[in-house]
Design a protein around this ligand. Structure first.
Ligand code: BJW
Length: 235
């Protein structure tokens, strides 16, 4: 079993799509994943949106519907339980997921580095406000201020992810860094485990399929199995 962080140190969990797989949300790159049959560039880039806003809008409206209908699974709930017991200073959460499930599981202060499907904004950029989507509601199609298309406040390829300074600082100072359910192919997220490891942290991955990234240990189990067991052992 992994050593818990001492009381004056902290652990960082960086999650990816595999964490939400057991909630029925498809990953991106597994067989049957979201990108199968699509090229990412056709949907998850500003250029794709400029080319065919209707198509990209519909893709994300559908993704929002799926996320809203999903429930947090035992992996999300285990992280919430650990954070409730030790506090957000000792259990720091970063996710690439845009589904809001960590939040709905009761987690605090989650860095959503690739944004969220639950917030939409005007395609023209900042300044026209952000719309928070109510449970079960469809996203708005057009901006109430200028009539241009609305887009999800997610981070597409070529856009800069959120809160990178804080994630970088956490990675260099943490006791342990645990990557959960991420293929490690998308940067800068994929670089933080190696940064943490070079900085002296224990780097661990939880993934039923070893990714070959820079880790000291791999727990080759699904997140919904490994996280409840880890949290039970630590508490
Ligand atoms: C389970 C499981 C279970 C299954 N339990 N596990 C060449 C080299 C390096 C970088 C680049 C390059 N060319 C271009 C770039 C940059 C580019 C990039 O990384 N491209 C690569 C594809 C090469 N990155 C960017 O453009 C980023 N921005 C950027 O770099 O800005 C420049 C900059 C940076 C820093 C400072 C200043 C400037 C932005 C990246 C944005 C990514 N956006 C997306 C879409 C978000 C919206 C949406 O949801 O549609 O984010 S792409 C998609 O991939 C999504 C995810 O968050 C992200 C990561 O995917 P994830 O989560 O790892 O999912 P999968 O499917 O890949 O893996 C799932 C894993 O789960 C698998 O391993 C399974 O085995 C496992 N699993 N069941 C546990 N039950």
């Amino acid at each position: 079993m992994l050593p818990p962080p001492p009381a004056d140190r902290f652990v960082v969990f960086l999650s990816g799509a595999g964490l939400s797989a057991a909630s029925g949300i498809r990953t991106f790159r597994d067989p049957g994943g979201l990108w199968e049959g699509f090229r990412a560039e056709e949907l998850a880039t500003p250029e794709a949106f400029a080319r065919d806003p209707e198509r990209v809008w519909r893709f994300y409206a559908w993704r929002l519907e799926v996320a809203a209908a999903a429930e947090p699974n035992s992996g999300h709930l285990a992280l919430a339980r650990l954070q409730a017991a030790w506090g957000p200073q000792r259990v720091r959460l970063v996710t690439q997921n845009v589904d809001g499930l960590l939040d709905r599981a009761g987690c605090d202060e989650v860095i959503e580095m690739h944004g969220s499907l639950l917030r939409w904004r005007c395609a023209r950029g900042v300044g026209h406000g952000v719309v928070e989507i109510e449970a079960g509601q469809p996203p708005p199609r057009s901006c109430a201020r200028c009539g241009d298309w609305m887009r999800p406040a997610v981070v597409w390829f070529g856009e800069v992810p959120i809160d990178l300074d804080r994630i970088g600082a956490w990675s260099t100072r943490c006791h342990s860094f645990i990557a959960v359910g991420t293929s490690g192919v998308v940067y800068p997220a994929a670089g933080y485990a190696a940064l943490a490891r070079r900085s002296g942290a224990l780097a661990v991955e939880i993934n039923p399929e070893r990714t070959g990234g820079s880790f000291d240990r791999c727990i080759e189990q699904p997140a919904e199995v490994a996280l409840p067991a880890l949290v039970e052992a630590w508490l």
